[in-house]
Write a protein that binds this ligand. Sequence first.
Ligand SMILES: C[S@@+](CC[C@H](N)C(=O)[O-])C[C@H]1O[C@@H](n2cnc3c(N)ncnc32)[C@H](O)[C@@H]1O
Length: 212
Amino acid sequence: MADESMQLVNRLVLSLRLMIGHQLTTLRIRRAAKRSLLKVAVGAADVRADGWVGTDREHIDLTDRSTWARFFSEGSVDAMVAEHVWEHLTHEDAELAAQNCRHFLKTGGHIRIAVPDGYFPDAQYLEVVRPGGTGPGCEDHKVLYTYRTLCDLFSSQGFEVRLLEYWDEAGIFHTEPWSDVDGLIRRSGKHDPRNSGGRLRYTSLILDAIKR
Ligand SMILES: C[S@@+](CC[C@H](N)C(=O)[O-])C[C@H]1O[C@@H](n2cnc3c(N)ncnc32)[C@H](O)[C@@H]1O
């Protein structure tokens, strides 16, 4: 009996904490929406970066424009970042999400996307990132992008695309200088600690999709 009461209390405390957490995030996003420089990390889980407001699908579902519209007006967001999010969307949802980002971005604003790289020249890497593969989160991966398919996705939605880090079909790694201020990507050639020592063990396909 005492055990059952304790379980009930624990469940109540947990629900209360979740409710308060949800409300606090709602307030944080509303406050950020009033900033003159509005930078939004989508699908951010608990990852935080200075100057960015973190959101996830409980507040902003990339595929559901009405959830965006609760916080932001059309053309009001300066920059977005999405690290390892797009591979969790089906092709149709990925297009819808790109359209929604475009709708809420300012002209000249960008979304920085990072996803696992389908041309990474290592079978073990591909095994841990492919849909249904053996890596963490793979059971929910829907697509393994290459620089070609990711560029096509965003170009077809009217974005100008700028590749920042990617592998090509010949196994050559390409990188352009990019600034963390415009969207920090931790799983990158530049920042992932697995690459210390000069050998690339984990990188992402990274691009900026710019609204013109
Ligand atoms: C692998 S986690 C990445 C989390 C974080 N961005 C990071 O770098 O660690 C994938 C995230 O995508 C989010 N996600 C998946 N579908 C989404 C959607 N439709 N709208 C918003 N976020 C979504 C999940 O909730 C999850 O937090």
